[in-house]
Design a protein around this ligand. Sequence first.
Ligand code: SAM
Length: 322
Amino acid sequence: RSRERRAGTVQSTNDSSALSKRSLAAHGYVSDAFAALLAPGPVRRTPLIHRGYYVRARAVRHCVRAFLQRTGALPAPTRAQILSLGAGSDSLYFRLKAAGLLARTAVWEVDFPDVSRRKAERIRDVPELCSLTGPFQIGDSASALCFESSDYRILGADLRELPRLGEVLDCAGLDAASPTLLLAEAVLTYLEPAGAAALIAWAAQRFPDALFVIYEQMKPRDAFGQIMLQHFRRLHSPLHGLELFPDVEAQVQRFLQAGWTACSALDLNEFYRRFLPAEERQRVETLEPFDEFEEWHLKCAHYFILAASRGDTLSDTPVFPP
Ligand code: SAM
């Protein structure tokens, strides 16, 4: 029963992310017409939350674009796939499809069955979303495959049950040998440390030509980090991988030891400074009145983006060049 109760609070983190992403788009930080179609009701987040979510969105986008660029340069008919773990209501598929970036790439998503089923039904009910997916099928309530179109599949499975996850992906036709981007945006933190470690090692064994991108919290030991950790413990679990992997160096080692052959990670202050053009930073910094600079920098210092790779296609050029 307590496992089920925990799954419920973990699933509700998706609603919170989805509302923040919706607010982010509504206030002009990112261009995303689909966030509002996938998440219910408008909510206005604070400028501080907008800025945090903005850097997160750009960091993930940077990695996704790097993957598409590398796989797009491969000779036809090589096909690539994006496998979003704990995808929730994220609109990645729709943004990429609308931008014409999925010509040779399919998107797969996994989340708890309830979350995946709700997303499939939402897509079915919103014509602007259906028109992008093309013809599709909705799975019945017993099926792990909740939504299936030619380039988009949404699966209901628990990331802690790896043999079952492998089976479900195989049955739905995922080709582990194709270049694959595994994306876990604010997800591993909700698995217990052993579960997250098993998932990272499972992915390294299963996908020989892959990029694994994660976005997570870190630095649990200072005052800000302690507040984050207490919040997490109250809502989710007494165990948290943050304590085992407290900084980017430890996170990189975690992937290298699990079988990934190259890995780099940076905190979001560094990402913002080094990977966003000055004009874009200026645009964003003038969108709303803002004076919480210290809080913003503190928050960005407590989150990182990491890209780990295996195999020829994805290891040759670093995702975060020096
Ligand atoms: N990645 C999405 C995003 O960034 O918008 C959603 C992030 S939300 C904070 C965490 C997601 O991970 C939720 O949708 C939750 O249901 C999913 N999740 C957490 N633990 C999971 C598990 N054991 N199996 C499947 N999904 C899980």
